[in-house]
Design a protein around this ligand. Structure first.
Ligand SMILES: NC(=O)c1ccc[n+]([C@@H]2O[C@H](COP(=O)([O-])OP(=O)(O)OC[C@H]3O[C@@H](n4cnc5c(N)ncnc54)[C@H](OP(=O)(O)O)[C@@H]3O)[C@@H](O)[C@H]2O)c1
Length: 336
């Protein structure tokens, strides 16, 4: 792969930090690296591959005269909407982790295991899907290809770090405060998360689902290029530090047994099947943290319908759900 100039916008955040670690681990071919964040972090030093880099404050001119090839954005939707255009104007391809461009029909929404072919349709911006959607479509796609999926019912158990670094820190702090019998600090979440669950992620929409839940519906159709797949999601924040879990029930067009699905998943890219109930082996967030793959377990026939499967799916949402998926998109671009 030829070496390229890379910018990370939001380099000090949960996803940005993971991007740096993943770029280094995968030996991504970087020539020059530029790190950007808000004015709060400007001047801060960050080490990457034994070299020290200084964080720049993101401005309209941050991309001028740098010949940036790939700009990995992970600084939220507002920043993406405002600043991605300046990167594109300077001939960079933006891979954005926020929700800013995901529903734009002219912007590809990519999970490389599912729709890498759509990368080439970009006009300067590629969207990285929502973290809970990414791990779900990696699991759904090989089954959909084999027997067709009509309907998906999913409940998520989403880690605190899905709301960013400071949210994860707040959850930790709340746990300490609870154990010490102190008043609990609530700033990032709507309610106390420690020793609790919050059945709301993002704001509510008119149909009673939250925006996070509707992302799972609309993004699944777009990535899997099939508007007929119906998805009903319930998204819940749980006091887990990292890695999202999902209980997924699918209704398929044609019959499939649990054994057949297991064999398909065992031979699918990016998936590890961990399903030995007799030995109490199944995926759990604590053990999937820091791992690249989507883990699937508790695979069984759904006894409530004729053609149905039930399974449990866990993945590190900062890795496959964000940083790793974005870098895999960049790698796919370079190898085309
Ligand atoms: N966390 C996840 O699991 C996850 C998964 C998938 C997608 N995402 C998406 O990825 C994006 C980043 O999430 P995160 O969890 O990494 O959030 P985070 O930990 O809160 O980090 C946010 C980053 O954005 C930067 N930023 C904030 N305001 C800025 C501004 N005005 N100008 C420039 N930079 C600014 C922050 O810089 P400072 O440090 O200077 O404030 C920081 O680097 C979001 O769009 C999120 O929805 C997150």
């Amino acid at each position: 792969m030829k070496k390229v100039n890379v910018a990370i916008v939001g380099a000090t955040g949960a996803v940005g930090e993971q991007m740096l670690e993943t770029l280094e681990k995968r030996n991504f071919p970087i020539d020059n690296l530029y790190l950007m964040a808000s004015s709060r972090s400007a001047g801060k030093k960050i080490k990457f591959k034994d070299k020290e880099y200084t964080i720049e404050c993101l401005t309209e001119s941050s991309f001028d005269n740098k010949n940036i090839d790939i700009a990995l954005f992970s600084a939220g939707a507002e920043r993406a909407k405002e600043f991605a255009q300046y990167a594109v104007k300077n001939n960079a391809v933006v891979i954005d982790n926020s929700s800013a461009f995901r529903n734009d029909k002219d912007i590809p929404l990519i999970v490389p295991e599912v729709n890498a072919h759509a990368i080439k349709n970009h006009n300067g911006i590629i969207a990285n899907p929502n973290c809970s959607t990414i791990q779900m479509v990696v699991a759904l796609n090989p089954i959909h290809k084999k027997v067709g999926i009509k309907r998906v019912v999913v409940s998520t158990y989403q880690a605190a770090s899905g709301a960013g670094l400071t949210a994860m820190e707040e959850c930790e702090q709340q746990m300490r405060e609870m154990l010490d019998g102190k008043k609990v600090t609530i700033e990032k979440f709507a309610h106390q998360l420690a020793f609790n669950l919050i059945p709301q992620i993002d704001v509510f929409t008119d149909n009673g689902y939250t925006k996070e839940e509707m992302k799972m519906t609309t993004e699944t159709k777009k990535i899997m290029e099939d508007d007929s797949i119906e998805v009903s999601a319930t998204c819940v924040r749980v006091p887990v530090m990292r890695a999202h879990s999902e209980a997924i029930n699918i209704e398929t067009c044609n019959p499939i047994t649990a054994k057949e699905a297991t064999d398909i998943w065992k031979n699918s890219q990016g998936i590890i099947v961990l399903d030995n109930p007799e030995n109490k082996e199944y995926p759990m967030p604590f053990f999937c943290t820091g791992k690249d793959e989507v883990f699937i377990g508790r695979i069984r026939k759904d006894i409530s319908t004729t053609n149905g499967l039930a399974f449990w799916c866990v993945s590190d949402q900062i890795l496959k759900g964000a940083a790793l998926n974005a870098i895999q998109i960049a790698e796919a671009m370079l190898t085309v």
